[in-house]
Design a binder for this molecule. Structure first.
Ligand code: ACO
Length: 208
């Protein structure tokens, strides 16, 4: 891979994205953030408005925002730069194991140690974070975060803008609706509707 890439964001996820891009041999020019980050080991290019110095035909972007619940910020950043004509790189860490027929739309990120099996489909800007397992024939909607150590069994259907919390497990054939949140460590054994938060073992809805 030989591509000039700018990372949006300067926090922890942005540094993981930087490391992933470098392991893919990408040429990372720098990052955009409201202020210079103390621990981001690549050039600070300014705030988001500085993107105007870079043509959308010369660079691609990488979404450096993580999330611990709502996906609003990650999707807002993605949409804002897409509207301005920029394209987001799809990242697949060389230490991820990905089936040949798995499909990823623009801007997906598959982090180190994760396994994505045959028949999986991921919409735009999906993040499959470190050491997550996505088994056969799962579909994952746009802007969803499958966070660290999640286990998705076979034939699971996840909506868009969903957060699957660290270490949660979803058994086979389950559907989870758009904008829902699954708490860290939850075990989901029944379908979850849209815009719900579920926690615990087995996962139960909490009203926020
Ligand atoms: C690289 C990375 O870091 S990736 C990011 C990894 N991090 C995550 O995935 C974080 C996932 N987030 C969670 O699990 C959160 O606790 C959420 C989103 C489910 C809920 O957060 P909040 O909306 O702030 O809820 P809050 O903390 O007020 O808890 C509400 C109730 O649910 C309970 N609860 C919250 N999370 C959980 C959980 N994961 N498991 C069991 N119970 C939980 C709380 O104990 C509390 O119960 P109470 O009312 O009886 O006291």
């Amino acid at each position: 891979m030989s591509l000039d890439v700018i990372i949006i964001g300067g926090g922890g996820h942005a540094r993981v994205v930087l490391d992933t891009l470098r392991s893919m041999q990408a040429n990372v020019i720098g990052y955009l953030a409201p202020t210079k980050a103390s621990r981001m080991p690549v050039e600070y290019l300014g705030d988001d408005s500085s993107i105007r110095k870079y043509s959308s035909t010369d660079v691609e972007l990488a979404n450096g925002l993580g999330s611990v619940g709502s996906q609003n910020l990650r999707s807002m950043v993605y949409n804002r730069f897409k509207e301005r004509g920029y394209r987001f790189t799809t990242l697949i860490h060389p230490a991820a194991i990905v089936a040949a027929d798995a499909e990823f739309e623009e801007g997906c990120q598959v982090m180190a140690g994760s396994v994505v099996q045959t028949g999986v489909y991921c919409g735009e800007n999906v993040l499959i974070n470190t050491r997550a397992g996505v088994d056969h024939d799962c579909t994952i909607g746009a802007n969803t975060h499958v966070s660290v150590g999640v286990t998705l069994s076979g034939d699971v259907s996840i909506g868009s803008h969903v957060h699957l919390g660290a270490g949660s497990t979803v058994i086979q054939g389950i559907s989870i609706g758009d904008y829902s949140v699954v708490g860290a460590g939850a075990v989901v054994i029944a379908d979850v509707g849209s815009d719900q938060t579920v926690v615990g073992v087995p996962a139960r809805r909490i009203v926020k």
